[in-house]
Ligand binder design. Structure first.
Ligand SMILES: Nc1ncnc2c1ncn2[C@@H]1O[C@H](COP(=O)(O)OP(=O)(O)OP(=O)(O)O)[C@@H](O)[C@H]1O
Length: 471
């Protein structure tokens, strides 16, 4: 499948036998490559094997499917459509299961919880103080993601990260609201997003009777929830192969391998060394940021990227206003395009923003500077073609671009508005990892831009590792 030779550690992971395999490694160490090669080896041996490959979001689903299609045709002259190989996001897969079992319900809209919450009456601060609404909603999502079914299970469960300050009575109130919310959903015949995995789990025997999966592959597993991983483990008949990196965890899900029943001890964990995407300069800068994380152990922030080649010096660019920032990015793109054209190639340039609703505005601004760009969102746009791509930082997960420009990194990122005291550190950590993931999407070089005052993360970067420019 690959146009290069896999390293001995990558080969060891590809050839690992056993029911449960965990592939660990820093960004660009080849986790996805190992998964795809392993999958190919299985179908090469048995073209009838039933395989499910779970990707994290719709963009990645498209990206993996296209990569797999190309590789299978090139290497094995087999069409993906002729195999029993499915590539899905967890949600699409669960929806498919529930449709087949006639248990499907539509998901809630963005504001359904808010409508429900406004009608609640009570004297506890969760009811009277509006700032607790999103806290309660996230706590309910957390309970469902853990697969918790009764108050007894919830009342004594140990918490890490957010929610640590919840007293016994607070938990009681959260659970009362959860029960009211479940009745509300039932009456409207809707599911909360987290319900899909729980319904699949409740009906796992039926699922297994109707669908037969020999192997399950999961990429970006660090961001799946406990209940999602449990269900996937239960449907894998022969083996489950999971790729994960805690340093890239950008969602609030919370599980341990033990809690999901995936056995990763001993030889079952394959830790990849090396990093093949980004230059040493990009990795050094990204690591100077990640080391501020309050939860990761030093061994999670691995430093083994010696194999990486040296390259350009990353840039941090500051402008006075939004208008100047977009002009600065336009100029940067033109410089990159002129340089690469002179060198005889055309790059992919990813322009990454935190907020999805800003993508269209940026596209227009770039257009006024004579730059054509394509928005990558859900199934739209391709990260596999050359040119300028606009997408969110979350949407860039798992993808790669020759050049990456991350914009909007001013002092309002991360936003701590409406965040409760015990959530602040967690919010800062999770957004730092998001920026780390975004930076490590770059192969040749990365640029960070902001207007006005810099984000706390810009201040955290090692100043010796980038070039600073003011417009
Ligand atoms: N042995 C190798 N030699 C050269 N290039 C490699 C090798 N292994 C992987 N690559 C390339 O490195 C890049 C990163 O690989 P891959 O996407 O598999 O890493 P990953 O660990 O899944 O990354 P991430 O976690 O950041 O998404 C890809 O472009 C891939 O083709």
């Amino acid at each position: 499948m690959v146009k290069y030779i896999l390293t001995p550690t990558q080969m060891d992971a590809v050839n690992a036998k056993g029911e449960h395999i965990l592939v660990k490694g820093i960004p660009g160490s080849g986790k996805t490559t190992v998964l795809l090669t392993k999958l190919q080896n299985i179908v090469e041996e048995d073209t009838t094997a039933n395989i499910l490959f779970i990707t994290f979001n719709n963009t990645l689903q498209k990206y993996i499917k296209e990569s797999l299609q190309n590789d299978l045709e090139e290497e094995l002259q087999i069409e993906l459509d002729k195999l029993n190989v499915e590539v899905y996001t967890y949600h699409k897969w669960a929806a498919k299961m529930l449709h087949k079992l006639r248990m499907y319900k539509d998901p809630v809209e963005k504001d359904t919880f808010s409508t429900f919450f406004k009608e609640l009456k009570g004297t506890h601060r969760f009811y009277t103080d509006k700032k607790y609404q999103s806290f309660v909603e996230e706590e309910i999502a957390w309970i469902k993601e853990k697969g918790i079914k009764t108050f007894d299970e919830y009342k004594d469960i140990r918490r890490t990260g957010r929610g640590t300050a919840l007293q016994a009575n607070d938990r009681k109130i959260v659970y009362t609201i959860l029960e009211a919310w479940n009745s509300y959903l039932n009456a409207k015949s809707l599911y909360m997003w987290q319900d899909y995995a729980n319904v699949v789990n409740d009906n796992i025997n039926l699922v297994n009777k109707n669908f037969k999966y020999d192997y399950i592959f999961i990429d970006e597993a660090q961001d799946l929830s406990q209940i999602q991983l449990i269900t996937l483990r239960k449907v894998a008949r022969k083996g489950i192969v999971v790729a994960a990196d805690l340093g890239q965890k950008i969602y609030k899900t919370d599980f341990t391998w033990l809690s999901v029943g995936i056995k990763v001890q001993g030889g079952r964990t394959k830790k990849l060394s090396g990093a093949f995407r980004s230059t040493k300069e990009i990795m050094d800068l990204a690591n100077s940021l990640l080391k501020h994380d309050s939860t990761l152990n030093p061994e999670d922030i691995e430093q083994e990227y010696d194999a990486e080649e040296s390259g350009l010096i990353p840039g941090v660019l500051n402008a006075d206003s939004y208008k100047f920032e977009t002009e600065l990015v336009a100029k940067l793109i033109k410089d990159i395009q002129a340089q690469t054209k002179a060198d005889g190639w055309e790059p992919t340039i990813g322009v990454l923003l935190f907020e999805s609703h800003r993508l269209d505005g940026w596209r227009k601004s770039l257009y006024y500077s004579n730059i054509q760009s394509e928005i990558i969102r859900d199934q739209y746009g391709s990260a596999l073609t050359t040119g300028v791509k606009l997408l969110t930082m979350h949407g860039a997960k798992g993808l790669e671009f020759d050049y990456v420009i991350i914009s909007g990194l001013n002092d309002r990122f991360p936003s701590l508005r409406n965040r409760l005291e015990d959530e602040i550190t967690h919010t800062i950590d999770i957004n730092r990892r998001l920026l780390y993931v975004s930076m490590t999407r770059a192969k040749e070089n990365v640029y960070l831009t902001y207007k006005g005052k810099p984000s706390r993360y810009i201040e955290e970067l090692d100043k010796n590792l980038y070039r600073f420019e003011v417009q």
